[in-house]
Design a protein around this ligand. Structure first.
Ligand code: SAH
Length: 358
């Protein structure tokens, strides 16, 4: 028997098995989940409805990692950015976005990111490492604890640092843990997974019993344009991504969100909007326009509000459901594409090469 099991890396069936191995009834796992996620209690001794013997076993055989808070910044609009320190000293950022009208946690799935999108600061870091399922869940555990939202309804968007489908197994396990009825009991309609469109992983996702809402980072209607913004487009091009979306099992009355970062003079013309509308014909879709959050080192500009509105109107006139993302937390660099915490270790090119399967 391993000397120490990482409790927060276990989904409930795994915890049941670990407890059964030690002679405890399986239902004890439900109680432990309730303490950990609903009550925020991490000290076995304080789990007062467990038999004394089980508390001792938990303390002796299991350990638990909770990231520390290394920084916290509050934006004028109420958005809060948390810098979390992981057990190995690496840092990630997680963002709380209040009252949209929902309460939303934007969580990271990797330290850095291998995708190297041309307009994204996290992409400049390269991939440092994947997060474990426990580290993904811990962001919600810590933020919901501090903000006293553990027992309230909240949304989770996998739109922080990293590409969730590049860290597939840990991301899906994190969703299973968060969905567990004895833990956060987070309904999947309250979760959105945003991806650049790694097709083999997207096909896998289509088969999952647990199905979050899907957002696709499209950003341009043609391969020529998207290739210059999203390097992985060389492997998974626009037409293939759209085909995969058409096959994707979207829930009744639900749609796939297409995220589209608007870059002045690059992808914001009326022609681009018309092409985008045509591309999305026959896809259960809505478009979320994200005017660029500019930053030093990002070689693009944010279009004017008038240009954004014109683009949105061209789409709407063609029957496309469109919204413009209000970028919250820009004053504390907590908005889309502004999360960055460490220097990169290898070049984006190397990182991408590692990211590509085969
Ligand atoms: N890797 C995933 C998750 C990132 S989600 C994905 O690509 O979908 C963050 C969203 O913000 C993505 O749509 C991303 O393209 C967008 N984004 C990145 N940098 C941005 C910036 N500087 N301004 C606005 N949006 C940005």
């Amino acid at each position: 028997m391993p000397s120490s099991v990482l409790l927060t890396e276990l989904d409930r069936p795994e915890l049941e098995a670990a407890l059964a191995e030690r002679g405890y009834e399986r239902f004890r796992a439900r109680q432990v989940f309730h303490w950990l996620y609903r009550r925020g209690v991490v000290d076995a001794e304080a789990m007062t409805d467990l038999p004394r013997q089980l508390r001792a076993t938990l303390a002796a055989d299991f350990t638990l990692l909770t990231p520390g808070i290394a920084g916290r910044e509050r934006s004028a609009d109420g958005t809060e950015k948390f810098l979390l320190r992981l057990a190995d000293g690496r840092h990630i950022e997680s963002v709380f976005i209040p009252d949209t009208p929902a309460q939303t946690f934007c969580v990271s799935t990797q330290v850095g990111c291998a995708m190297a999108c041309a307009f994204c600061l996290t992409g400049k870091m390269g991939l440092v490492r994947h997060l474990s399922a426990g580290e993904i869940v811990a962001q919600v555990r810590v933020l919901a604890g501090i903000l006293d939202l553990r027992d309230k309804a909240f949304n989770v968007v996998l739109m922080g640092m990293g590409e969730p489908l590049h860290n597939y197994d840990e991301t899906m396990k994190a969703l299973r843990i968060m969905a567990d009825e004895h833990g956060f009991a987070l309904p999947m309609r309250r979760v959105t997974l945003s991806t650049v469109g790694l097709l083999p992983a997207l096909e896998r996702l289509a088969q999952e019993p647990l199905m979050p809402n899907l957002a696709i980072s499209l950003h341009a209607p043609t391969d020529a344009q998207r290739g210059g913004l999203v390097p992985i487009n060389a492997k998974y091009g626009v037409a293939d991504v759209i085909e995969a979306c058409k096959r994707f099992p979207v829930r009744k009355r639900s749609r796939i969100t297409f995220e589209y970062v608007l870059l002045a003079g690059v992808n914001d013309s009326s022609e681009d909007a018309r092409r985008l509308a045509a591309l999305l014909e026959g896809v259960k879709s809505k478009v979320n326009l994200i005017p660029l959050n500019a930053a030093a080192g990002i070689p693009f500009e944010r279009p004017t509000d008038a240009a954004v509105n014109r683009f949105a109107k061209t789409l709407a006139d063609r029957g496309v459901t469109v919204s413009v993302r209000k970028s919250r937390g820009r004053d504390i660099r907590a908005a889309c594409g502004q999360l960055i915490v460490e220097g990169r270790r290898t070049s984006p090119g190397q990182q991408l090469a590692e990211a590509l399967p085969g």
